[in-house]
Design a binder for this molecule. Sequence first.
Ligand SMILES: Cc1cc2nc3c(=O)[nH]c(=O)nc-3n(C[C@H](O)[C@H](O)[C@H](O)COP(=O)(O)OP(=O)(O)OC[C@H]3O[C@@H](n4cnc5c(N)ncnc54)[C@H](O)[C@@H]3O)c2cc1C
Length: 446
Amino acid sequence: MDFKCDVVVVGGGVTGVAAGLAAARNGSKVILLEPRPFVGGNATTGLCLHNFVDKFGKQVVFGLAQEIVDELIKMGGAVGHIPYKGFTSAVTPVDGNYFRIKTTQMLADAGVQVIYGATVVGASAKDAKVTELTFAAKGGLHRLEAKNIVEASGDGDVAAMLGVPFRFGDGPKKRMQPISMILHFHNVDTRVIAKEMGEVDPAMAVRPEGGEPIPVYFNGSFAKWDDIVISEGIFPNKGRNVFFNTVWPDQINVNTSAVLDVDGTDPVALSKATADLTAQCYKIGNFMKKHIPGFAGAYMVPAAIPGVRESRNIHGRYQLTDQDVLEGLKFEDTVGMVCFPVDIHAPDSSQAIFHQIGGDGSFDIPFRSMLPKELDNMVVAGRCVSATHVAHGATRNMAPCLVMGEAAGTAAAMASNSGESVAHLDVKKLQKQLIKQGVFLGDSYK
Ligand SMILES: Cc1cc2nc3c(=O)[nH]c(=O)nc-3n(C[C@H](O)[C@H](O)[C@H](O)COP(=O)(O)OP(=O)(O)OC[C@H]3O[C@@H](n4cnc5c(N)ncnc54)[C@H](O)[C@@H]3O)c2cc1C
């Protein structure tokens, strides 16, 4: 089949969801292509949308990201931004299935045509403009023409197909953060688990319908169980990190599994990692049920998808640097702010290392970091944005992805409306529109 639209969004993770909504609300005919039978990407595995609030306790992320949280609270699938005294000052846990249900409905309400089971497998460009995408879906190969393209595939697949240069992992050795699979438990006692495994006091929240506060986020380690962990071969390392999220009193999502040295863009390596992680989740789950108080009567379900933390980051017209992040720099062409610390799961151990954002606790996403040099009608957003390995440790998180998605979709629609390519859009006009949509561009923005 042949398709035509104003804006095509490649990928329906958190970034693509925000981009699709923003583009459609700005008057574009939007098609969103997503290989999986659902939108939300990694958010559907049940995590926190890190992070709306900076290290000083000031909220800097609003706009569509906040609208989604507000909608989730109404449904009972989120509890708001909850103070935490760990590596971050606040957390925003959400239920993954509710995220998927709500954003599916929001996309439909906005008039976005979502095509599931659709993987972009080819692209052509002429005179710095993408002229056509080919996607594989039910029925074979299909052609699509769009005025502007939002590249939100996480891996930067389409940008790479069209020859946009990119960086892989941490430099010449190309070591990437590990791939993990979230493990869900039902019928657990989250208070007991938080007491047994939490390193600091858990973030406590009252559910939207009321009741006693429940633990919704905490991080810790398996150090107390190191002897068994090593003797039973549960993990290769001692003091293994673990992160917990929930919005329910009797369910918990556990982030601790990992496979190292996997190239998430290599289908064979990713498939092997998926199988290994599924088995790992089962082994870890049984160990937790047997040895850790609070899990005894639990029922476990590994997430349906493996989570890729890092693969390609394109080289854009600007590359966010280590210094930008560590000094909390601001840019004239800002499209939003990022405040979650740099969060790198070490490529050789999976242990998490955090570096706080410097300056006033947040840095800007410059529009130029979302624009490939080689193509004028493509805007790149989300995990694959132009950033160093360290800067990507901050930008890869979901609040930044939502911020970038909203900016990308808005920009692509505004450019399509005026018959231009997104790279030629006047950034001041874009900023004005983003402010109208409730995006906070910072105190330094004029
Ligand atoms: C285990 C794990 C735990 C994490 N924990 C947190 C956390 O607690 N908080 C937080 O904020 N962040 C967390 N992150 C990071 C965060 O979840 C991701 O970086 C973020 O969701 C990426 O969003 P995205 O939309 O850019 O990419 P993705 O979620 O990767 O979405 C990309 C989408 O594009 C689709 N796609 C891929 N290729 C193509 C193609 N060729 N054609 C069409 N579509 C394509 C994919 O199917 C996918 O749906 C975690 C990451 C991992 C892996």
